[in-house]
Design a protein around this ligand. Sequence first.
Ligand SMILES: Nc1ncnc2c1ncn2[C@@H]1O[C@H](COP(=O)(O)OP(=O)(O)OP(=O)(O)O)[C@@H](O)[C@H]1O
Length: 323
Amino acid sequence: MSEPLLEVEGLRKHFVTTKGLLRRRRVTVRAVEDVSFAIGAGEAFGLVGESGCGKSTAARALLRLIEPDAGGVRWRGEDVLAARGARLKALRRRMQIIFQDPYSALDPRQRIGAALTEPMRVHAIASGAEARRRAAALLDEVGLPPAVLDRYPHEFSGGQRQRIGIARALTLEPELIVADEPVSALDVSVQAQVLLLLRELRRRRGLAFLFVSHDLSVVRWFCDRVAVMYLGRIVEEGPAARVLAQPLHPYAQMLRDASPVPDPARRGTLPRIRGEIPSAAAPPPGCPFHPRCPQAIARCTGSLPRWTALPAGQGGVACHLHG
Ligand SMILES: Nc1ncnc2c1ncn2[C@@H]1O[C@H](COP(=O)(O)OP(=O)(O)OP(=O)(O)O)[C@@H](O)[C@H]1O
């Protein structure tokens, strides 16, 4: 990789919640424990794992939509977590997010035109007729007509709303898009269209992506590199082709085996995902995956596996079997 666009080092985010009848018992949810990765300019990097493993929290913390507890985030070498005021505003422009549910990201009382031109005005990129002209051009880029500008979010289908969400993310001409499960709320027939649009935008604009998904087959199709996350930690990382073809971590193997395959002969014979992800409020000791791991050995219960780099740009893995 050339100089990385985004570097994340040892990111951590815990939530303190209360439990019990009287809500007196304090519980710490270790949503993101220790996450590190880097994304190069124009690169698509996938973050995969089951629901609850901390993907969204990691994505939001690095964008500072929520403040991380520890770790470092650098944008072209600049410290994102230390940025304040105008610097933070400028950095935010470079990184934009697309949400799973675009409806929640759009104000129901605001016309699409206002939703698209407001960020341009706030960031002093364009206003008035020029901002509206740019908004119409963005809609065209995502396959929607200019008449959309005068309508409200509820008038659109899920797929159309996601296209509007994508247009909105592009208003500030970012270099990196954080796509948090961008198609999982959509009908299967619409998912492919939105994925194709994202891939086309990536090609045309040279965009980098952090693509967050529980679906390994989507990530394989979209991403150059992928990191597999389990209970707040990355357990394996590497080129998408390698991780998908030869996953080393037993959890990555399990996700791969459970992901849909185009080969009809293998359909229906897939082993189901074994067990459930434990609560992030009480992660198991040692390797957090050991209670579900079919290959666990004695060491796995006692100590957290160290990160082991693989040769020749093949990524790395945190597993006692490969230490
Ligand atoms: N605001 C919050 N307060 C308390 N706990 C939270 C909060 N946000 C997330 N969590 C918890 O943190 C853990 C990680 O959640 P997160 O949403 O990041 O996972 P995820 O892998 O993105 O899953 P999903 O795809 O279901 O969103 C979960 O146990 C979740 O319940």
